[in-house]
Design a protein around this ligand. Structure first.
Ligand code: HSE
Length: 407
């Protein structure tokens, strides 16, 4: 019998509880016959009406000092005290599984190292893509590959908001409220709509892909707050959609270019069809080619499904560290902002003559409404051109086309 604890009884924590109860037999089977037995739930709030209210504790030391507890699910979110708790648990020889992307992206190097030293596991399948299996595929199934690019819809809340605005004509505020009511949004939804949540997730995937710590502070990040309904209409009328994309490109000289930004793509692009709370991650590896992972990216049960799978994995790998890690690089590994070129769509109220002066060269297209579709530009080239315009209403980059394998 494996004794486990849950830290944090919010949306995900209550989902973890539900799955442990609902699928007890299945979990036992998956854990090679070892029963997953919940011994504690840590939360500072009162849960007097809960059917198993005796499981609740407000004291972290109850879990830390209980030698029977071997696996702890940290689903409290935030950096503190999640960091201190996780570190103490790993140091005391307990495995920790988590959905806390902020913690993994910030302290992953250190926590994974402690897990390795102590021969226990720090697992974080739920930290990226909610219920989508993506960490294990990257860590296990794709290790034969050099990863060349990653492009993903990594935030369910923003994808849901953009979709509700387009398909149901909802306002930004009412779509965000719905996402909060459905349990998709972060406690502070600014993390979703300003792109920080997606940024942490692409940082985790980039660290896994490269084996080097990619600091999310080094990733240029823009959310969806500047996207207007006019941007959406312009995109739609020309056969495009706008999605918040986390993007990483791994250059031949071992550097990483990464950005989080709203991007336009053809309605035929596989990511264009990913709607609502769904996430999708496209990975291009030098041997396998293009792959796409798709599924519910947020919400109680999908996220809890990934957390519980990690609990089972930790039970199965007792005293056998899975040795997932990335190291702090000695030198800067981030590529310059000009190492990746994108096409852009630019809206301006400048005169057609001025637009033509600045963007008249071959490769750029200026349509009948004076909307500019540029050739691929590095960031410096883009900035230089924008600085010559008197007014910039908006500029949005294109996600490069997906090779769908058609001859
Ligand atoms: N707020 C996050 C999202 C939750 O909307 O994707 C899942 O990480």
């Amino acid at each position: 019998m494996a004794k486990v604890a849950i830290m944090g009884y919010g949306t995900v924590g209550s989902g973890v509880y539900d799955i442990i109860k609902k699928n007890a037999e299945k979990l036992c089977l998956s854990s090679n016959g070892e029963r997953v037995d919940l011994k504690y739930i840590l939360d500072i709030r009162e849960f007097d009406d809960h059917p198993e209210k005796e499981l609740f504790t407000k004291d972290f030391n109850d879990i830390l000092n209980d030698r029977e507890v071997s696996v702890v699910a940290e689903v409290m979110g935030g950096l503190h005290p999640a960091y201190e708790f996780t570190k103490s648990l790993l140091e005391s020889g307990k495995s920790v599984v988590t959905s806390n992307k902020e913690l993994v992206a910030t302290y992953g190097v250190e926590l994974l190292e402690i897990a390795r030293e102590k021969n226990v596991n720090y697992l974080f399948e739920a930290s990226v893509g909610g219920g989508i299996p993506i960490i294990r595929p990257m860590h296990q199934c794709l290790t034969a590959n050099n990863i060349l690019t990653i492009a993903g819809i990594l935030n369910g809340t923003t994808n849901y908001i953009l979709n509700e605005m387009i398909s149901k004509g909802k306002t930004f505020e009412s779509a965000l409220k719905d996402a909060q009511d459905k349990g998709y949004a972060e406690r502070n939804p600014a993390a979703d709509i300003e792109g920080h949540d997606a940024c942490r997730k692409i940082a985790i995937l980039s660290s896994l892909a490269s084996g080097k710590f990619v600091d999310y502070n080094d990733i240029s990040t823009e959310g969806i707050t500047n996207i207007t309904s006019e941007d959406v209409k312009v995109a739609n009328s020309r056969g495009y959609v706008i999605k918040l994309i986390g993007y990483a490109k791994f250059t031949e000289n071992g550097r990483i270019y990464s950005v989080v930004a709203p991007m336009m793509m053809s309605k035929e692009h596989p990511l264009a069809k990913v709607n609502g709370v769904m996430n999708a991650i496209m990975i291009n590896g030098d041997c396998v080619g293009d792959l796409m992972f798709y599924g519910a990216g947020a919400g109680k049960m999908p996220t809890a499904s990934a957390v519980v799978a990690d609990i089972v994995d930790a039970v199965k790998h007792k005293e056998r560290s899975k040795k997932i890690f990335w190291e702090k690089p000695d030198e800067n590994i981030m590529a310059s902002e000009d190492d990746a070129k994108f096409r852009y769509v630019i809206r301006t109220t400048d005169s057609p003559e001025k637009i033509s002066d600045i963007f008249g060269e071959e490769g750029n297209v200026i349509d009948e409404q004076n909307i500019i579709f540029t050739k691929p530009l590095g960031t410096s080239e883009l900035k230089e051109k924008l600085s010559k315009l008197d007014s910039v209403v908006s500029y949005i980059r294109f996600l490069e086309d997906f090779d769908n394998g058609d001859e």
